[in-house]
Ligand binder design. Sequence first.
Ligand SMILES: NC(=O)c1ccc[n+]([C@@H]2O[C@H](COP(=O)([O-])OP(=O)(O)OC[C@H]3O[C@@H](n4cnc5c(N)ncnc54)[C@H](OP(=O)(O)O)[C@@H]3O)[C@@H](O)[C@H]2O)c1
Length: 212
Amino acid sequence: MVKTIALFGATGRTGQHFLNIALEAGFSVKALVRNPAKLNVSHSQLSVLKGDVLNRRDVEETVSGTDLVVSLFGHVKGSPKWLQTDGTRHIVEAMKTCKVKRIISLSGGGLPYPEKDQPKLADKLIRSIMKLLVPHILEDAKHHHEVLAESNTIWTIVRAPRLTNAKRQGFYRVGWVGENASTKISRADLADFILNQIKDETYSYQMPFVSG
Ligand SMILES: NC(=O)c1ccc[n+]([C@@H]2O[C@H](COP(=O)([O-])OP(=O)(O)OC[C@H]3O[C@@H](n4cnc5c(N)ncnc54)[C@H](OP(=O)(O)O)[C@@H]3O)[C@@H](O)[C@H]2O)c1
């Protein structure tokens, strides 16, 4: 049973929603953040570690003693090209050392899942635009998937379309790109779906696309 979550990206816009609802749901959280001052939460079940996902030791310290990893970190201004790949590699290595089996990681609909996706014209257009505008982020997302697929972890990659700051509506579709999908989701609803995956292992080794 999951009691303690190792959380990466807690200061991010999705991460902050996730942190709040995870604590509300009774989980303990160990969060690795670069700048603890950015977190406006203090809670007896929250332990905050200052560090960087690109630092192997920081990652191992965060994963140690936890039951599951939730990885919501991602590219910000000035991030290195292989941020998600390298950070995820550190996480899976730490999981192996610390005997933590499951990880839920966040990515976008630009990450293809040919086994299930049925991209429509609009999806193909969005992917083409992303390839033009942020090719390095797409490449990084694909490599991060490879790192997880080659690991011995039980992984789920939650993919989302455009993220908004709208209020939680408590409803979302779960499908694949082009199937049972829309073009946006609020970060609050996305965090809710990610939290639900802790108890629901339906999407292990899969990449569901969740949208509003
Ligand atoms: N934006 C979209 O429309 C969209 C669409 C689909 C999917 N996604 C996916 O969703 C993810 C989350 O989106 P968001 O808007 O919630 O993200 P966000 O607000 O930009 O947050 C990114 C998080 O990553 C952390 N981070 C970056 N580099 C780090 C490092 N080296 N070590 C530790 N933490 C680091 C940031 O920490 P700091 O606070 O220290 O910078 C921050 O907590 C994205 O990264 C992307 O993969 C986004």
